[in-house]
Write a protein that binds this ligand. Structure first.
Ligand SMILES: Cc1cc2nc3c(=O)[nH]c(=O)nc-3n(C[C@H](O)[C@H](O)[C@H](O)COP(=O)(O)O)c2cc1C
Length: 249
């Protein structure tokens, strides 16, 4: 039976999301192996009621939420059953988009409860999952595939890394960040976009073949396509003409 890739699309732009360009290429690279099937879920289109903050989920053996009359129970089931979960999201104010956060709050019962553990106790604790997923499907891979405008990925993704190291545990997920995406999407041209797609397709193919993605491959996927000076010129020009496009809104 084919293994399942679940792609959680968190850009409010849905199909017009720039992050979907590298995401789709990565997924196509995985699908080439013939071992996988893929399902895209557009978070923006889901009916998600916000978490009420009761934390009763942590008191239930299955960590389930008491709210049952929206799309979260079915989405959570998909997240539990997938072999590969790709969270495809644009970086918004150095964090995740709002709707993705609303969903994540609602599935807090999927992670181990906080039981008073200290992060700084022996200096080693950050290497252990402080929450970590409970009942995670054996072998399940989690990928954060995000795009942004800035180029200094280590700086702009520091808050995301801190957050997910505590939520999922260090080394329990892959972060693949794609810089310069908006300008690349709207002004990059097919040649550059195809260069990007090729890198991501190779990344996906590597994951399907080896069950891992090497640091070298992640570095290549994350490598800016534009040089620094060209990018500044392009972004300046792009911002000036932001309103030229009718697909902007
Ligand atoms: C509200 C908002 C906040 C943003 N914050 C950041 C940010 O903190 N850092 C960054 O590099 N880019 C930021 N961006 C740019 C987006 O991350 C970037 O354009 C992304 O590629 C859009 O992806 P999408 O087309 O899939 O939505 C922001 C964009 C918006 C609309």
């Amino acid at each position: 039976m084919a293994k399942k890739i679940l792609i959680m699309v968190a850009s409010p732009k849905n199909e017009r999301s720039g992050t979907l360009i590298p995401t789709k290429a990565f997924v196509e690279g995985m699908l080439e192996s013939g071992d996988y099937e893929a399902e895209y879920v557009f978070i923006d289109r889901l009916n998600i009621k916000p978490c009420r903050g009761c934390l009763t989920c942590w008191g239930r053996p299955d960590g389930s939420c008491f709210i049952k009359d929206d799309d979260v129970p079915a989405t959570r089931k998909k997240l539990e059953e997938a072999d590969v979960v790709i969270w495809s999201f644009p970086l918004f104010l150095f964090s995740i988009p709002g709707q993705m956060k609303v969903l994540m709050d609602r599935i807090v019962g999927m992670v181990h409860p906080y039981m008073g553990q200290k992060l700084k106790e022996d200096g080693q604790n950050m290497n252990k999952p402080m929450h970590g997923l409970q009942n995670q499907k054996p072998g399940q891979k989690i990928i954060l595939l995000s795009s942004c405008a800035w180029m200094d990925l280590d700086v702009v993704y520091e808050p995301i890394v801190k957050q997910f190291d505590i939520i999922l545990g260090k080394g329990k997920y892959y972060l693949i960040a794609c810089p310069q995406m908006r300008a690349l999407h709207h002004r990059g041209g097919e040649r550059r976009l195809n260069m990007l797609r090729k890198r991501y397709a190779e990344g996906g193919a590597e994951l399907a073949k080896t069950n891992d993605i090497s640091k070298e491959t992640i570095d290549l996927m994350q490598k800016p396509i534009f040089g620094d000076d060209a990018y500044v010129t392009l972004v300046t020009e792009f911002v000036t003409h932001m309103f030229d496009r009718d697909d902007n809104f």
